[in-house]
Write a protein of this length. Structure first.
Length: 249
């Protein structure tokens, strides 16, 4: 990374408190973006390019721009996806950024399980074809954005969970099912049985997330996850979606 940025040897970076890579939470993207931001503030990067452009030069954000835009802005973000225009490959650009209501998010991570590495995801992403339910997906996407804008949790839940199902079915031949691992499937089933109506797999997993309207509704789910921890090695926490993106201490 330092050589790509034309930074000479002698710089030591100490990192603490970051998530493991390839668990579906965009840790690599956030790590690269955080390092670029820090190096630019400290004057190690001479380029005038914004850090999202520099990140793409380092191979970040070519398939999805969500990690980049949530780092920069926070909130609910949607990107344009990858497409070719005039024979030129265009990387995902920011399509929408909305403030998400203060719904709680449960994130559940089965320890010892990982999702696809960048090279492992190439077969799935290099042969993407139009989904047989493409029209429904477009409608669901509209419902999702509208529900966030209106703060309607019911519509949000239905749209999100249906998108997860259709996406999971589409990529099932690569990841072995609706979810990427048996552990992820068990977690999703546990969340669903305990009242979580808005849930999905983050990227290639194995992380599973679920939204609840408030902390009170999440307490039942926490009890169920504590019980599930007797048979699965789990790490889970409750949080809210950041509204500001990154910040510097």
């Amino acid at each position: 990374m330092l050589s790509e940025l034309n930074i000479e040897d002698g710089l030591t970076v100490e990192i603490s408190g970051f998530l493991k890579h390839h668990v579906g939470l965009g840790s690599r993207t956030k790590l690269v973006m955080g390092l670029l931001k820090s190096l630019k503030i400290l004057g190690y990067i001479e380029s005038n390019d914004p850090i999202d452009h520099l990140a793409r030069k380092l191979g970040v954000g070519h398939v999805s721009g969500i990690g980049i835009y949530t780092f920069l802005y926070g909130g609910f973000v949607a990107d344009t996806g990858v497409f070719r225009g005039d024979g030129i490959l265009k990387y995902p650009e920011l399509l929408a950024r909305l403030r998400l209501p203060k719904w709680k998010v449960l994130i559940v991570l089965p320890e010892g399980v990982r999702g696809f590495h960048e090279r492992e995801e190439e077969p799935a992403l290099s042969s993407v074809e139009q989904h047989e339910n493409q029209a429904e997906l477009y409608a669901l996407f509209t419902h999702l954005i509208t529900s966030v804008r209106l703060g309607d949790f019911s519509i949000f839940s239905k749209a999100l969970s249906r998108i997860q199902l259709l996406a999971g079915q589409y990529f099932s031949k690569y990841q072995g099912g609706i979810y990427s691992s048996e552990e992820s499937s068990i977690i999703a089933e546990t969340l669903s049985k305990n009242g979580v109506t808005a849930l999905g797999q983050s990227s290639w997993g194995p992380a599973i997330y679920g939204f609840v309207e408030n902390w009170r509704k999440g307490e039942r789910v926490i009890r169920a996850l504590n019980e599930l921890s007797n048979s699965l090695n789990l790490r889970f926490w409750v949080t809210e979606v950041s509204r500001k993106g990154h910040y510097i201490l």
